[in-house]
Ligand binder design. Structure first.
Ligand SMILES: Cc1ncc(COP(=O)(O)O)c(C=O)c1O
Length: 488
């Protein structure tokens, strides 16, 4: 039976229905949290067979719909909080972030105009100001919360593109792309996130505009090669629209030399965007904040809170050093940010965002900062970085494991390497199979990736409750699985 009034509202009936639905859902979550497996281990085919939509002329009602979600979604979800769930930059979430979601969802504020989100708009603006000062920018409100790193990188590249054309007296907003577009370049390291390429394609300049700069032994952008690539572009009549530096590459966690890059770019007046989707967490760190030295010099920054800030998905931010660049994407919509309202000083965030309707994700970070305080936040971030260093030492002492590179943030790249002879292709295949077998068994989710052409396994040790002992258990599971595969 469907409920007679399914809308969340002030009526007693609605409030009761809300309470029941939330209680039923949270009870199910609490039970799910207590299950010991990381994943029930169903295959793609099993899930496809199992899951079907059940839309009828008459609804099932909230209770039955929730029960079905528990059965078909929750029970077969991956436990991201499980100590053996370490494949990706995919964090377990803070309890307070969950509480924030209750408030965000129930109030359903939309961040595109002040009259749709009065207190939320002010909180987000204050948080942007706080993040700016944390980075070392001047206090201000140039920045906005985003859906994550990809969107923040898009904003950085889009504004860099528009500033580049504006300097030549051309408005992209008004007139679109003009000129010899195939000569426009963006430089980033060969380990930069793929969203640089995707975003340049979206921006009309294509993958071809992206030039990859070589990296050093630690996977950081090589400054000599950067200087050579800049010189080569200049000599060829190619124009550099931006340099994207990464603070925390997806696999190795490498942090490019931000200060040196910013200084080199400043000599040529090139926009620098820093993708600090992962490494931005070090803004909170007590021990490792200096890894981000120079970040305050760059034009725009990506931060992502659904990585090592332990927020629920989605939660990211974009920061812009100079507010005047926001003029490049200015649009006045009479129903959201009218001239009249702006003259009255009514704040609006739609003019700072690529999105129109937008969630109040900032609340999660705001409540988390208040709940944890500086010390505890720093501790849970530093934990992963320190643990990765300890795990690296342990891996180096295991005969059958090979450390592929020294960790820089909270990830460890390594591979299983049997003592008897196997060629590189066979070792690569073996490591791939180890990763697949672990997930199939539901016992662990370990990343499989490539580093400098070497297929390796990756532990992304974000979870602050994971200990060295947990990782030792996982590594022995890796070894046992490898031996089982070899014995087949
Ligand atoms: C370095 C880096 N930048 C950007 C992104 C994209 O972030 P999102 O998935 O939030 O869009 C990722 C994702 O892992 C990343 O590792």
């Amino acid at each position: 039976m469907s409920d007679s009034n399914p809308i969340l509202s002030s009526s007693a009936q609605s409030i009761e229905a809300y309470q029941q639905a939330i209680e039923q859902s949270s009870q199910a979550v609490m039970q799910w949290l207590q299950q010991s497996e990381m994943y029930q281990g169903k295959s793609v085919a099993e899930l496809r067979d199992n899951i079907s939509l059940n839309f009828g002329q008459k609804g099932l009602g909230n209770e039955a719909a929730i029960a079905r979600a528990v059965e078909y979604f929750l029970k077969d979800s991956l436990s991201v909080h499980h100590p053996q769930c370490v494949a990706h930059l995919h964090c377990p979430s803070l309890v307070v972030s969950q509480a924030a979601e209750v408030l965000i969802n129930a109030t359903n504020q939309s961040m595109d105009s002040w009259d749709q989100s009065p207190s939320a708009t002010i909180i987000e603006m204050k948080l942007i100001d706080w993040l700016r000062t944390r980075v070392g920018y001047q206090s201000g409100d140039a920045g906005v919360f985003t859906s994550g790193g990809t969107q923040s990188n898009l904003m950085g590249l889009m504004l860099a593109r528009d500033a580049f054309f504006a300097a030549k007296g051309h408005s992209i907003q008004q007139d679109g792309l003009v000129g010899d577009l195939r000569k426009i370049r963006v430089l980033c390291s060969e380990n930069a996130h793929f969203s640089v390429q995707k975003n340049m394609a979206l921006l009309g300049l294509g993958y071809q505009s992206v030039i990859q700069v070589k990296t050093d032994d630690c996977s950081r952008m090589d400054l000599t090669d950067l200087a050579a690539k800049i010189a080569h572009c200049n000599a060829n009549g190619e124009q550099i629209l931006a340099i994207v530096a990464t603070a925390g590459t997806t696999d190795a966690g490498a942090i490019d030399p931000l200060r040196a890059i910013a200084e080199m770019a400043a000599e040529q007046q090139i926009w620098v965007h820093v993708d600090a989707a992962w490494g931005g967490a070090l803004l909170m760190s007590e021990k490792y904040r200096d890894y981000l030295d120079g970040i305050e010099l760059v034009d725009s920054i990506t931060l992502d809170f659904h990585k090592q800030f332990f927020q629920t998905i989605s939660c990211g931010a974009f920061l812009l050093k100079e507010a005047r660049h926001y003029e490049l994407m200015r649009y006045q919509a009479a129903y959201l940010n009218s001239e009249f309202d702006e003259e009255q000083g009514v704040p609006n965030l739609v003019s700072k965002s690529l999105q129109t309707t937008r969630r109040f994700d900032a609340l999660k970070l705001w409540m988390s900062l208040e709940a944890l305080g500086q010390e505890q936040y720093a501790a849970i971030i530093d934990h992963g970085v320190t643990l990765a260093q300890e795990v690296a030492v342990y891996v180096q002492n295991q005969n059958a494991l090979e450390l592929v590179m020294q960790p820089q943030l909270a990830s460890v790249l390594f591979r299983f390497r049997p003592e008897h002879d196997l060629n590189d292709a066979a070792i690569a295949l073996l490591n791939q199979k180890i990763g697949d077998a672990l997930l199939d068994s539901g016992r662990a989710n370990v990343g499989v990736t490539e580093h400098n052409g070497v297929t390796c396994l990756k532990l992304t040790l974000l979870n602050p409750t994971v200990t060295l002992d947990d990782v030792k258990v996982l590594l022995s599971l890796v070894e046992r699985t490898a031996l089982e595969i070899l014995a087949r």
